[in-house]
Design a protein around this ligand. Sequence first.
Ligand SMILES: Cc1cc2nc3c(=O)[nH]c(=O)nc-3n(C[C@H](O)[C@H](O)[C@H](O)COP(=O)(O)OP(=O)(O)OC[C@H]3O[C@@H](n4cnc5c(N)ncnc54)[C@H](O)[C@@H]3O)c2cc1C
Length: 437
Amino acid sequence: MNKFDVVVVGGGIAALELSDRDARIALVTGGNYVKRIKNIEILSSGLVEYDLEECLVQEAPFAKANDRNNKTGQKSNEAELKVFGERAIAINKENKIVRLASGNDLFYRKLVLCTGAVPRKVPSLTSPELVLSLRDTESALLLERKLQNSKKIAIFGDGGIALELVHNLKHVEIVWCSREKSFGQKFLDPVAMEFLLESAEQKNDEKKPKVETKNCSYHEYTVPNVIGAEVCQSAALGPSWYKHKGLKLAGTSNESERKITYHSGVELRDVVKTESNAAQVILANGNKFVVDFVVLAIGVQAQTELVDGILELSPADRGILVDSNMRSISDPCIYAAGDCCTTHNWPSDEIPNWFQMRLWTQAIQMGKYAARCLVSHLDEQEALLDFCFTTFTHCTSFFGFRTALLGLYNAQTLPQRQVEIIFRENGFENKTTPKRK
Ligand SMILES: Cc1cc2nc3c(=O)[nH]c(=O)nc-3n(C[C@H](O)[C@H](O)[C@H](O)COP(=O)(O)OP(=O)(O)OC[C@H]3O[C@@H](n4cnc5c(N)ncnc54)[C@H](O)[C@@H]3O)c2cc1C
């Protein structure tokens, strides 16, 4: 009989961090490929940088660890990891059963969901086939193919994915559209963003975005709840994805110099196919322009259809609401980690400088921590909140510059008073005094 201590659903990094444990574990990966981390560089305690790559399930670190344990005889007799390269299609929480696409039933004592997230969409577009969202390898390959016939594209959004695209796409004219007044404000203050754009050697000065220096508050997109089921069949691409896939992200424009046009404070209303099969973009303010295709990078929402109506979800992003021991607030036998969960009522005095953001770093931290909580709970003990949640830490790179984000880096939660930001680089100094809301 398929009885397990723990069933883990997901083939992303949160799931893999959970699966290397001494127990009877079933890992339901949703496919034959999973992610693994390599080239870990520890920059400081709590701040780590690494590369990642996709690999076959049997080449994943936990599979190798099992072999090693067998050889040294250190593995407990009770331990077993069984991998199911298929999707989970239903959960029966009363009888503690996960049903797989093959019809197999897996019985669990504890269930952990690591099903990731899907890109947010704009509903009711006339020609959705001209719009692409980046999430997994398949969508990255589609982007590469579409670029091979394109001279001009539009990118909507100004989070990490949009910043990476704007920096890395070559030989294609970009119309960059953001709902916010200033570009890049999710991660960067206006002065830092200005520095990056200047570094990118934009020669045409009037084409630069107006950098808003009065206010550097933090915003999330809130596009209506529509999920694009055509993407997210496998794990999210993650950091520096364009390097590892050997992708050729180049259009067909002959212009040697990159041309970017900026539209701030705008929203997408519709995309309509023209007679020449191009995409006419219609903005909410009524303005129109024509491109070859559109990339939407306006954030993600949790992929949680599996537990719709079974567990309580966040109204804002459909994340499974989890307590500070990573348990669903609706069922103590079901846990969630990574992009598919939303933290609920975590003790504010223990996380003074931390907040949740759907990032690779946090998927790893939550996966490891959920495993620790689960083991404690099997021993009927509560786990202490991990130290990594006291301070937000994330290392990434923007426009080729390594960027470390620490704590409430955007001055979030500061009281209403003047904040001075001083920025220095090679003798150049710039000051702004943004006013918090
Ligand atoms: C283009 C792109 C660039 C990014 N860049 C960065 C970056 O630079 N830095 C950073 O920190 N983060 C980045 N991220 C975000 C980061 O990749 C995610 O936060 C992280 O991968 C989340 O991990 P996860 O394990 O929670 O989910 P995922 O990696 O999305 O994995 C979810 C897994 O669950 C599986 N699954 C879903 N439903 C089922 C089911 N019913 N049955 C079985 N399996 C199922 C999926 O197939 C998938 O394998 C980026 C994301 C994207 C899309």
